[in-house]
Ligand binder design. Sequence first.
Ligand code: HAM
Length: 458
Amino acid sequence: MSNTNKPRPTIKAVRGTRDLLPDQTPLWNKVEATARAVFARYGFGEIRTPIFESTELFARGVGEETDIVSKEMFTWEDRARAASEKAQSLTLRPESTAGVVRAYIEHKLGETGQLQKLYYIGPQFRRERPQRGRYRQFWQIGAEVLGPQTSGSDSPLRDAEVLEMLASLLDELGIRDWKLELNSVGNTEDRARYNIALKEALAPVKHLMCPDNQRRAETNPLRVLDSKDEADQEIINALPKIADYLGPDSSSHFSQVLAALDACGVPYHLNPRLVRGLDYYTRTTFEFTVTTGLGTQNAMLGGGRYDGLSEMLGGPKAPGIGFAIGEDRLILTLQAQNEADIKAAQEAGAATGAGAPDLSHLEIGVPKLDAYIAPLGVAQNPAALKLARDLRAQGLTIEVGDGSFKIGKSFGFADAIARNIILLGEDEVASDTATVKTFATGEQVKIERSQISNRLKS
Ligand code: HAM
């Protein structure tokens, strides 16, 4: 006999993933709508690439030695389903730049001769240690600008435009206290020279460092610079700085980026250690950090130039620059700012002895529905659904109850989610009318069915 009475264990969301419920998604949608509107003003079009790609793409694009590729990818061997198919190694995308550049190459977007300005919004996957602001499935809002050199894709103006757009977007979203940290990691030749200098400087001290850094010191010394290992920080801070190894081309490019930012009034801080955790970067690299809401995970977004990435993926020369905003972190920051504002407004109200301040402009959540229709008996259910259909067709937001509910329960449900309740009894159905009560004023009227939508809209 099967043991049907024993409760089954519940199944929870996987560690590092989370559900976004309807009281949270309005803010996400608002952020995404604002980003789309800003991107449109700068001539960006949306690109949607697959959530999984061949593992090789990230190994070659992001780099074998990076934390992302060496430890954090969700990779599996996808077996062949038919003799005509090959088994292949696939990976959930840990970032989208490699996929966007793959799509640029695959669809020969460079052959248009035009600068490509592409943006994306979507989930990314990294097997990181979960904590506030760090998840295994997280969302990014990102954009890439790339094209053949003749399209102006390697102009310092592109770098400055992307940074100025980000400053405008964060301002428009109401993010306060952002800080733009900026560096140049040079071109391939500058980096080759710098790598030699780093290796030399690391040789006498690397045995004092953690095993990861000892390995990186050999294979990819630049990665040592973004190590978070506490004990190694003193050694890392004393290493040579990339700024001293930039050739004339990279130096001139970087100073033109800074001059354009100065002209636009976008403030920045130079950070010589900002090499970023992905191998494809050349010349300009940047991060925007914030002080509210993120704790140690204070990088809200990051990006930079990747002039050689297309060639690394077998494509034509296509210099580019882009960024990705951590949407989860952006939302956490907005929520923390909002909480701080509410607290400050309450304290200010208390200090002046004024009544409770009106904080409605700070509320971010689910908007109330226009009306809740309460049929007063089961017999009125069909008429209630028909009325809901008519009102929704006119653009109103409506919920319908059930005639078996007690009237008190209907009022309770309605008050929680809607601005009005529409009562539909036997009389109302027979006389083509309805009783509408508005919660804010307490006013109750019996009106013609045809007048309801005007009343709800007023
Ligand atoms: P990234 O710095 O690896 O760059 O990620 C960009 C942003 O994504 C970070 O600043 C952070 O806000 C967010 N992020 C990263 N990992 C997590 C996580 N585990 N949980 C929550 N948020 C996270 C890139 O991904 C590059 N593709 C950016 C880029 C575009 N560079 C050029 N074009």
